[in-house]
Every structure is written in C-alpha cells, then in structure tokens.
Ligand binder design. Structure first.
Ligand code: PMP
Length: 447
C-alpha cells in the first residue's frame, strides 16, 4: 500500500494542498493505552494524545463496551423539539453536576470544538437580545487564540493564517494582546506589570467601543494551538472583574483545557474564575466519538428562558446534537476521568515533564523557551536567545525535530516554530522521562 500516493486524494486539514508534507506522513493503524502503532508496525508513545483529546488513552475497554452497548440498543435518534433518548439527559445532568461550582445550568451539544465555539458566540448574542440589550453584538478575544474554524470562531481567532483565504469575516471582532511573558508588545518580563498592561488595554478598548456594544470576551485559559501560552496567574481574575464591571459575558474556550489537561478539571477553575459560558469538546469524549458541548450559567439560562418575543426560542442545534453513541462514550470517559483523578495526574506528571524539559533551554541555542501547564507543553524554537526571534516555520526545523523524536518512538507535534506535547492524561512518570529523552536526542540530531 503506497500511502504517499493515496495521500493525493485527500486534503489533510491544516496543510499545503500544493506542497504536501515535508516529512513522511505517519499513518496510524492501532491504538493501545498511551501508545499507537503505525502501519509499518512501529510502536510509539502518543505524546500528542491524538489531537489534544485522547485523554484516557486509546482503546479503553470500558469506553468501547459503553459504545457497543448503546449501539445494540439505539445507535441514533435526534434531540430536536419534543424528542430525546435517555443518555442525552444523563450526560446533561452529569455535566451540570461536574460544573456546579461554576453554576452551569444548561448544556447544548454539537460534534466538536468548532461547534461549541460557534454555539457560544451565537447564544451570547441571543442572551443580549433576551436581556433587552440587542446592541451588544461585538466580541473581544486574544491574539494567538484559536476557537475553531467555523465563521464566527475564525473571526474571533487571533492568527491571520486562518483568516487570509476566508474573508470577509464577521464584523465587530476585536483582538487584544495576549498576556504572554515571553513575547509581548511591551517587552515586559514582569508578570504583574504585564497583567496591568493587558487590563489597561482591555479597559481602553471597552471604553472606546462602548460597553453597550460588546457581547462577550472569549479566550482559552491556556492558549493551545496558537502557541501554548500560559497567562500570569492573576490575569483571568482581573479579566472577570473587568467583564463584570462592564456587563460583558466571559466565555472560556475549554476545548483543550477542559476535563483535566491543565491539572484542574477546568482551566478557568484553576485560575479561580467562573465563566458565564463554557466551550467543551476533545476530552469530553476523549476522541472515541465526536462530541462538543456548550454550557451556560444561571444568568444566561434564566434570561433566555424568560426572554420575551422570539428571544426564548433556541433556533440552533445540529442533527448530531446529543448523538447517543457520543453520550455513551462521554459518560464512560468521565467515569475514568473522575475515578482515576486524571486532572491530578496531569498536574503531577506535567510538572515532572516540564522539569525534565527545562534544561533543554540551557543545552540548545535554538530552544528559547520551555513552557506548559499540566500536560500541555511546548518548546519554542528561536534563531537566537537574545532576540527571541521565532525560527521560520517554512524551514521546517520543528517538523524535523518532531520526526527525529518519532524515529525514537515518541510522537510530538510541530506547530510553526514550536514542538508541542499533549499526551493522554494517563501518562506515567517514566513515560514523561521517555518523552524528554527522545526530545533531547532529537534536538542533538537536528542542531
Ligand atoms: N477551540 C480550541 C481551544 C481548540 O484547540 C480547538 C481545536 N484544536 C477548537 C476550538 C476547535 O475544535 P474542533 O477541531 O473539534 O472543531
């Protein structure tokens, strides 16, 4: 079987249709716990966790059994007005109980993270229609942020590469600078000073546009795809405070950070903040069946349910909202997440992995920064340490490092000038050591 030939039929997401891929495509045939096996029989530690999502590991018998049981009973029914199946209610109850601390009262389902974000943006606008302030339509978001690829999520995304070919995008989407200590427009290296800069910019921007025009602020508790950026600890609390003072809804895009990846059940909970809306996907079903969810707190639930005119009508939803197989998978996955305390494991093993990777900063001139929280980590590769200039992604250095790690039995992911890790949250300490060793050797080979 010639996969390089067969690849021509298929446009890989996030790749060049003209150039193809610079390193060999890895074709995965099997999954087994924290490992995968490619079509040539090479067994590799899955340091990417599928795509930040296989949080409980591959091929878990409990999850497969739950899906098979549901498949035997009912593989599909819809959940539009007046119709349901039992598991969609079970999962809605389960999620509201898990996020009771955030006062989450209602949930809507979709098939992934882009659905979750698009739903959040639309329902934030509906909230303001129901609350009697329909002029609040604009969205604030962060540079480097990633909120999926639907039109709204693309519009609030903070990376031009997702904009160039798809405009014109949604009007009224306003980007703010990211609270990023390693690279920021103020060249600021002090966490509290940086937070002060960002909050001043946020307040100035709200004042310029007028709070009465702004619906919501959307951001990831730790930015994933856009660069693995961990904000200073006080940032989210200060943002919550500014949103509250201006009536603005706070949407946490927890598609990656939800269900334990940062070491806490929610990334926002880890920052001590309760958002108004949660975007969930990935870890909610750990990749076994596509699923996304958007959750709303009491403020939103009550306003929409008491909305006058048409504003209580939820004219949004998908054929696959609450798919029975996805609900079955999710309930089994959440049992594992809670019973095995995967957020706790992610915190412990993630900290250990970070400590193992940090010396690379001293050992290699190209490793400018090593950062992460829980089991989301990255090496930021630079031309030189002093200027912190990112290595040109077109030269493919990060991809070559990832390929060299793969040949040593560890899958990691190259994104632009970064090598990114997001392994299953079931990762063991010795497997974290394997990842660090493979990366050290890979860097030796490529430098
Ligand atoms: N939001 C965030 C923070 C994400 O990381 C992603 C995907 N990586 C999405 C939204 C979109 O999710 P999906 O690819 O499932 O549509």
């Amino acid at each position: 079987m010639n996969y390089q030939q067969r690849q021509k039929r298929f446009w890989h997401p996030m790749s060049s249709a003209a150039a193809g891929h610079t390193t060999p495509t890895v074709v995965i045939a099997q999954g087994d716990g924290n490992y995968v096996v490619d079509v040539e029989g090479h067994r590799m530690l899955d340091g990417v966790g599928g795509l930040w999502n296989v949080n409980v590991g591959h091929n878990r018998p409990e999850v497969k059994a739950a899906i098979a049981r549901q498949m035997d009973v009912l593989s599909y029914y819809q959940t539009f007005d007046g119709v349901a199946h039992p598991l969609v209610y079970d999962l809605a109850d389960r999620l509201c109980a898990m996020f009771e601390q955030e006062d989450m009262q209602r949930v809507m389902f979709g098939s992934g993270g882009s659905d979750a974000c698009e739903t959040a943006l639309k329902m934030a606008r509906q909230y303001w229609v129901a609350a009697g302030e329909p002029s609040r339509t604009k969205f604030l978001s962060l540079r480097n942020g990633y909120h999926g690829v639907h039109m709204g999520g693309t519009s609030v995304g903070g990376n031009g590469v997702y904009h160039y070919n798809h405009g014109p995008l949604l009007p009224g989407c306003i980007l703010l600078d990211t609270p990023w200590l390693y690279r920021n427009p103020w060249d600021c290296e002090d966490a509290e000073e940086l937070v002060a800069h960002c909050i001043r910019q946020l307040e100035d921007t709200i004042a310029f546009h007028g709070p009465q025009t702004i619906a919501a602020f959307i951001a990831e508790p730790v930015q994933g795809a856009g660069g693995l950026i961990v904000p200073p600890a006080t940032y989210w609390r200060r943002v919550r405070d500014v949103c509250d003072r201006n009536g603005i809804l706070l949407i946490a895009d927890e598609v990656v950070t939800g269900f334990g990846r940062t070491g806490c059940m929610l990334g926002s909970r880890g920052w001590g903040v309760a958002p108004d809306i949660l975007c969930l996907a990935k870890g909610i079903s750990a990749g076994y069946v596509p699923l996304g969810a958007t959750m709303y707190n009491r403020r939103i639930a009550e306003a929409i349910e008491h909305g006058s005119g048409f504003s209580h009508m939820v004219m949004h939803g998908y054929t696959y909202s609450g798919h029975p197989l996805a609900c079955a998978a999710s309930l089994a996955v959440l049992d594992i997440v809670e019973s095995e305390d995967l957020p706790g494991n992610a915190g412990r093993v993630g900290q250990h992995l970070l400590e193992q990777l940090q010396p690379l900063e001293q050992q290699f001139e190209t490793v400018g920064d090593v950062r992460g929280k829980g089991l989301m980590l990255a090496l930021d590769l630079v031309t030189d340490k002093a200027s912190r200039t990112p290595l040109n992604p077109m030269e493919g250095f990060a991809a070559r490092v990832a390929d060299a790690a793969r040949r040593r039995g560890v899958l990691v992911r190259a994104i632009a000038n970064k090598v990114v890790m997001s392994p299953p949250l079931t990762l063991k300490l010795e497997e974290a050591d394997m990842m660090a060793l493979a990366l050290r050797e890979a860097l030796h080979e490529c430098c």
